[in-house]
Structures are given as C-alpha cells and as structure tokens.
Design a protein around this ligand. Structure first.
Ligand code: GTP
Ligand code: SPV
Ligand code: MN
Length: 579
C-alpha cells in the first residue's frame, strides 16, 4: 500500500486489473527518480541527449509523426445530458464512452510499467489549488508532468488530507490514430486518454484537468478556469498592474507573458506569473485574483530567437525537454526562425532536405520549469494569487479587428470574448489559417455548454466588488501583401502601457461603435518606424466590415439558444444600431 487514501488505492487496483502492467511505480518527484527515467529513455532511444556544452541537461524527444498536436475531433465531453456539453463540444454518453475506451485500455500496459503520478495544480499551499492523479505508461509523460505541475510526494500528502482528486487514466497504446480518444467525465471528475503521447492530449494536468474539468468545477463553485497568461507590468514609477490575456493556441501568450521591453521604454519591467492557464477567484477583498495552476511552460519553439524573445531564448539553453525540433551537425536543437546554425537532421530524424518541409515541426515544443524564466514573478507561487486589473482577449486577425479597443462595460466585455475569432494554427491537427470563432480562446477547452459559460462570466458582476476592465487586442493585422502592420513582441508593451493608463484613469479614448480606441497621441511610439497611414490602418474601425462581423457573431451566438444569455444579444443589438 503506497497511500493511506482508500479510494485512491482502490482505483489504482482497478486500473491495474484492466490494463495489466508488468509493474507499478508510484512517483515521488525526486531528482533520482527523474534521472533514472531519463537514463532508461536514453537507452531505449526515446530521448536524445543534446550537446552538453551548448545545451546542458537538454534532451530531444521525437513523437510519432501522426501524433504531434491536439486532436480536437477525438476529444469529447461525456456528460449525462448532451445539452450540458453544448454545441461547442463533441459529446458521447458516459456509459458508451467508458465501454469504448475501456476496451482499448484492456491489457494495454502489458510489458510496461504503470506510473502513478500525483500532482497539484497551483501552489501546493494555495486554497485555490486542486489535485489530481494521472496513471500513465509513458515515461515521457512522467518527466513532463514533473516540470509542468507540482508532482510527487507533497501532492500525494495533500490528496490524502483533502480526499479529493481528479482521476486521469492515460496510455499511449500503440499510437494508432484510429485508436485514439481523449474523454472527459466532468460529473465524475475523471479523464481517460488513449493513443497519444502529445502534450495537450497526454499531460492530463494541463488542458484536460486545468481547463476542461476545472471549468466545470469552477462554474459549480463560483470561479473561472481560463486559457490565459498572467503577467505583471511594472511602470518606471514602480506601480505594477497584473493582466490576464486569453489568446487561442499559438497566438502569442507565452511571448507576451515573457515580453522584453523595447529600448525606447526604459524603466518598464515585466513579470511572468503564467503563460497558458489562469484560475480566477473573487478574493476576500472582492477583487478578482489569479493563480497559475502550472509550474512550467510547454511552449511553441519555432520563432523563438534573441530578437523576438530574449527571455525565452535564454531559458531554453539548459534543463529543457525539446519535442520535435531539428538537429545541427553538433547536436544542437534547431528550428525555423533561429538566426544561427544549420539543420542536418529534421524533426522526424531524417537527413534534412528543404523540399521535404520545415526542419522543426511547426508545433514543436519546449518543456521547461517556470523557475528557469529570468523574469519569473516573485508572486507566482503566492497562495493568494495576484489581483487582476485588466483582461485581454485577442486572436490572429489579418483584417477587421483593430490593434486594441476597450469594452464599454463588463457585459460588453463578455460579448467581445464570446465573439472572438482567430485563424487556426498548428497547435491542433487540421487546416491552418482558417478563421473560426474561438470564444475566450476556450473553444477547444471549455468543459460545458458555452451558453452556460457566458452566463457564468456575466454573473461576476454580482459576485465581485471590483472587476477588471476588458480589452481586445490584435497583433496580427496584415497588409495586402501579407506583411504584419504591427511589429509585435516587445513592442506590444506600447499597447499594454495604454491599457495600464486606462486602468489608472490617466488617458481618454475615442468612442467608436465597437468600443474605446486610443487617441493616436496617447500611444508611445518613439523608436518605431510606423508611418501615419499604417497607424491609421491599425486603429481603424471599418463600419462595413464590422456590420458583417456583428452579423457573423450573431449567427454564431444563435447556435447556443436557448441557453444564450439575453444580455449578450442586447449588447450585440446596441452595437449593430450604432454601426
Ligand atoms: P500555446 O502554447 O499553443 O497556447 O501558444 P501561445 O499562445 O503561448 O503562443 P506563443 O507565444 O508560443 O506564440 C505562437 C507563435 O506566434 C510563435 O511562432 C510566435 O513567434 C508568434 N508570435 C507571438 N507573439 C507575436 C507577435 O506579437 N507578433 C507576431 N507577428 N507573432 C507573434
Ligand atoms: C495549446 O495548444 O493551447 C497548448 C499546447 O498550450 S497543449 O498543451 O498541447 O494544449
Ligand atoms: Mn495553450
């Protein structure tokens, strides 16, 4: 018996009887355990050691070429009533779902070790944190969970104290895409994932627990689980505003959270609290407070270089697990967007040939401890979280959405989130670059009906004494020749500065039908080569384009009737009338 918790011990017994592993290993999270797992993976060829003089303690893992991203079409929310999952989720009845996936788990761990991974999402001593136990037959998953969560003995002790945890059962199976399913049972607080070893499908603490299951729990308990970064923006006067921002997958959260200020803004400092997931609670003071449930970053590699993000680039120089990047002749990791080195082996381990596509997979990832981040916030581990001044929504929009605009009020802000759209990216399998609605960047992650979810968002007007202001940003406007109009990355601080000024009531704004847009003179643009016409284009609200956009949002929201809150339709009608 490895735990004093009877329900955990019983569940592990049941799972072992179903999956029939050769042995069972309860993970403690210790250094020596981690070293043993790495040694064993190196021996089997599941990990490759990278150049120890340039990248000490760094490893490369190559996943199966059919298993490189989240699989949204194979991801289900299994609630007793189909309506509770909503049109935003794939749905399967719980009985049928268990039957289907249990037949895949039958004997799946024969010849393998079953790892029992207790973990805590959030600071180990925070009342806002929640625990889980993942069972997996993948050592790659174990070493990643150790970086991404508070994993091991301390988490197990908390589980034994609280007697509540999310059950996550995972096997990589034979990686056959025909036998792959990611199932969520929010009513049972459980997850079953089969046939994939990729991040969002397999590291069950992340999207499966901290978003899909947690969003369900959050609605019942009166808080929010969101796909948001959390960052502190400190002005030269020393005042820090905390901002939470929801952008869809591969749309700039990690980069914004680790932003390096431009030379022309001396004295500004950025502090990272989190880069992907945010749990928001109304604190004792009636303000919204945020914790980051994760302990590491599972970030997009391509595009990372000293000029886009020096912090991230430096962080990846040691103690990092790379997945699906390319290699140079001297065994350094290589990816598109790196301005030095030459790839000789591609992400699949083949000799690199330019005509066979990118050297690194476009969704290649790094796993690294948050503590490695040079600008990791001293409040990132605070049990009480940080107070949030502003919430940002944003996506990749070539057209229509201006650089930044502010909501008139909370209800309008919820509508802005609900109406968000973005071009699809390589983070999920399927076509890339297609505009789709992605409300609050939660389309793939909300564990229940969006109609109920928006109602829950609206309810915070009653729950909180003071709410953050809501903004929409778009770093991705392009001209006719597909060039970005805005430099992005560090220069995004110029927009954050305006947002902080708005929060402090220090600047006015121009009222448009869709929200408040900056007066040009209020944006700090020193040191930028931005001509007047480009700035006009970035801030322009095109009435024709917006009439079409509002119509499209209306048609999308209608899909959620009868659960769609009237407030959102009223907000939409008001904008349509102004346009
Ligand atoms: P997930 O981990 O999938 O949730 O992604 P994310 O939202 O954290 O996105 P990330 O910061 O990793 O950025 C994804 C891609 O967008 C990378 O290739 C970046 O180089 C690029 N990117 C990020 N910020 C900007 C920006 O401000 N402008 C432009 N043009 N590209 C950006
Ligand atoms: C995302 O796709 O939003 C990610 C990567 O952050 S994954 O963990 O795979 O979900
Ligand atoms: Mn993400």
């Amino acid at each position: 018996m490895n735990t004093s918790n009877a329900s955990l011990a019983r569940w592990i017994d049941e799972v072992a009887q179903l999956t029939k592993p050769d042995s069972i290993h309860w993970c403690t999270g210790s250094d020596s355990e981690n070293e043993q797992l790495i040694a064993q993976m190196l021996e089997r060829g599941d990990l490759i050691k990278l150049n120890p003089s340039t990248h000490p303690n760094c490893y490369l893992h190559r996943s199966h070429p059919s298993d490189v991203a989240r699989v949204e079409h194979l991801t289900y929310v299994c609630t007793s009533s189909r309506e509770d999952a909503g049109p935003n989720n794939n749905w399967m009845a719980p009985d049928e779902a268990h039957r289907k996936i249990d037949s895949m788990f039958e004997g799946a761990m024969r010849g393998r070790t079953m790892y029992v991974v207790p973990y805590c999402m959030g600071p180990i001593d925070s009342p806002y944190s929640r625990c889980g136990v993942q069972v997996t037959d993948s050592p790659y998953v174990v070493i990643n969970m150790r970086v991404m969560t508070r994993m091991g003995t301390e988490a197990l002790r908390r589980i034994e104290r609280e007697n509540q945890f999310v059950k996550g059962l995972h096997s990589i199976g034979d990686l056959n895409p025909e036998r792959r399913l990611i199932l969520h049972f929010p009513e049972e607080l459980s997850i079953k994932s089969f046939g994939s070893g990729y991040g969002g499908n397999a590291l069950l603490g992340k999207k499966c627990h901290a978003l899909r299951i947690a969003s369900w729990q959050a609605r019942q308990e009166g808080w929010l689980a969101e796909h948001m970064l959390i960052m502190g923006v400190q002005s030269p006067e020393g005042r820090t505003h905390y901002i939470a921002a929801a952008f869809p997958s591969a749309c700039g959260k990690t980069n914004l959270a680790m932003l390096v200020p431009p030379d022309s803004m001396p004295g500004w400092k950025i502090w990272t609290v989190g880069d992907d997931i945010c749990w928001l609670h109304v604190g004792p003071d009636g303000e919204l407070r945020a914790i980051n449930p994760e302990a590491g970053y599972f970030g997009v590699v391509p595009g990372t270089n000293p000029s886009t993000n020096r912090n991230a680039f430096e962080m990846l120089r040691s103690d990092t697990i790379f997945t699906n990047v390319a290699l140079t002749a001297d065994n350094q990791p290589w990816w598109e967007g790196l301005d030095e080195g030459t790839p000789v082996v591609d992400w699949q381990g083949r000799p690199y040939r330019a005509e066979s596509g990118p050297a690194a997979h476009p969704n290649s990832r790094f796993t690294v401890a948050a503590r490695r981040n040079p600008i990791y916030s001293s409040l990132a581990d605070a049990p009480e979280g940080v107070p949030i001044s502003a919430i940002l929504f944003g996506g990749r929009r070539r057209e229509v959405a201006p650089l930044v605009y502010e909501a008139f009020n909370w209800q309008h802000g919820v509508l802005i989130g609900a109406g968000m759209a973005s071009e699809t990216t390589a983070a999920a399998t399927g076509q890339v670059g297609v505009v789709r609605r992605d409300p609050m960047a939660m389309k793939p992650f909300c564990g229940y009906n969006f109609g109920d979810y928006w109602r829950h968002w609206l309810s915070f007007e009653q729950r909180a004494k003071k709410l953050p202001r809501i903004f929409h940003v778009n770093w991705f406007r392009q001209d006719a020749s597909r060039r970005y109009l805005w430099p992005g990355f560090g220069d995004n601080l110029r927009v954050l500065r305006w947002i902080c000024d708005r929060c402090d009531g220090r600047v006015g704004a121009q009222e448009t039908p869709i929200g408040y847009v900056p007066h040009k003179q209020d944006l700090e643009l020193t040191g930028l080569n931005l001509d007047g016409a480009t700035l006009d284009a970035l801030l322009n609200v095109d009435a024709d384009a917006w009439r079409k956009e509002i119509e499209a949002i209306g048609a999308y929201l209608d899909e959620f009737k009868p659960r769609l809150p009237n407030e959102l339709q009223d907000q939409l009608r008001a904008i349509a009338a102004k346009l």
